[in-house]
Design a protein around this ligand. Structure first.
Ligand code: ASP
Ligand code: MG
Length: 401
């Protein structure tokens, strides 16, 4: 098999950890696989480098930040190669540039445009393990770029896609994706498999496991991901295309998002174009609007409610202040959260949403807003009931172990 393995910061967090990763890589190689290993910087290293830059400047030049931060991953790639060589495994370390990773020109948040796999393939053909520094590439003008925080996952998925690898294993200190946050519901269990779309909807459950952008890329390139722990031999969670097996499971997981705020505009003039104006202005400020509800109008005015991340509330206030002539009053409510029930099985089963609404009603939890898609039901509720709602839903859909 051709395997791309990616090891995150905690997995390579110290020299002993790098040694243990080398052992894992060596074993996979001796089992007869071809291997590309993508590594993150040792844990804490990228933040430490950011701190160094901030010692000199609050707004360091982005080009120099890329020079600086890309070094963390190079260190790990070189050390892992040395450790492998010492174990008798032929290994070669590469920077993003040497691995042929070409990006657009955006420093600190570049997008991978293409990968020239010539060098990687040549080294693989000669029997070497190729160790690639994640999180970085080079742009058309020859400058080093980085891919945004957590970007090593993206490097791994992109390389797996370009090489048409059999699997992309993403190693962290968590052994997979759980049906909900185990800190909220200790009965949460590890999933064996999940589809890309479910994973994207359950992003908060995967936050410590893999970067969301890399899941989008994996979906686009049809790269099968396995999220595993480098601290155990547990099986991990497969993230792949939807299968019939997946549809048999009604609900895969329950996610809670506390970073939610609700904005309600009252007595909004009911005229064409007003929603367009408000939401265009919010979008221009990069404010992400999630759910939107507009009531039927009475007396030529209507109420318009929507949710945004709480972290964007201050900017939203400024934008909305500019619409003072078109509405009567505005309320902001930070005390809400979003609970989402996710599963591809919903496509072929009815009554999933009704069940969620009933169980919350039975627990006296008021649902303030609802939005649904083919594979999810999201509800805005009072933040104080968020964790109770998660536990209740987890149990009603038989997810408790
Ligand atoms: N070292 C980078 C970061 O901390 C990239 C990564 O680990 O994926 O964001
Ligand atoms: Mg990471």
């Amino acid at each position: 098999m051709l395997i791309v393995q990616k090891y995150g910061g905690t997995s390579v967090g110290g020299l002993d950890r790098i040694e243990s990763v080398a052992g894992r890589v060596a074993k996979a190689k001796r089992d007869g696989n071809s291997l590309v290993v993508v590594v993150s910087a040792m844990s804490g290293e990228t933040n430490k480098l950011v701190g160094y830059a901030q010692h000199f400047s609050k707004t360091p030049a982005k080009r120099e930040m890329d020079m600086l931060l890309s070094s963390g991953e190079r260190v790990t790639a070189a050390l892992l190669s040395i450790a492998l060589q010492e174990m008798g495994i032929d290994a070669v370390g590469m920077t993003g540039r040497q691995a042929g990773i070409l990006t657009d020109i955006n420093h600190t948040y570049a997008r991978i445009e293409s990968i020239d796999t010539t060098t990687i393939k040549r080294e693989l053909d000669s029997g070497k393990v190729v160790v690639v520094a994640g999180f970085q590439g080079i742009n058309t003008t020859g400058q080093v770029t980085t891919l945004g925080r957590g970007g090593s996952d993206l490097s791994a998925v992109a390389i797996a896609g370009a090489l048409d690898a059999d699997v992309c294993e993403i190693y962290s200190d968590v052994d997979g994706i759980y049906t909900t946050d185990p800190r909220i519901e200790p009965k949460a269990k590890k999933m064996d498999f999940i589809s890309y779309d479910e994973m994207l909807e359950l992003a908060s459950l995967g936050a410590k496991v893999l970067q969301n952008r890399s899941v989008e890329l994996a979906k686009k390139l049809s790269v099968k991901i396995v999220a595993k722990s480098s601290f155990s031999d547990a099986e991990g969670t497969v993230i792949s295309k939807e299968s019939e097996e997946m549809e048999e499971v009604l609900v895969s997981g329950i996610a809670l998002d506390k970073n939610q705020a609700r904005v309600t505009l009252r007595e909004v003039m009911d005229r064409p174009g007003i929603a367009a104006e408000i939401f265009t202005s919010l979008a221009d400020e990069q404010i992400n609007v999630d759910m939107i509800i507009q009531n039927a109008s009475t007396d030529g005015t209507t109420n318009l409610g929507f949710t945004i991340p709480s972290s964007e509330l201050e900017r939203a206030r400024e934008v909305i202040a500019n619409f003072s002539h078109d509405y009567g009053a505005v309320d902001y409510d930070e005390g809400v959260c979003k609970v989402s029930v996710v599963g591809v099985g919903m496509k072929s089963h009815s009554g999933v949403a009704a069940k969620a609404f009933s169980i919350l009603a039975k627990n006296n939890i008021n649902i303030e807003m609802i939005s649904t898609s083919e594979i999810k039901v999201s509800m805005i509720i009072d933040e104080k009931y968020g964790e109770l709602a998660v536990r209740t839903l987890h149990s009603v859909y038989d997810l408790d172990s």
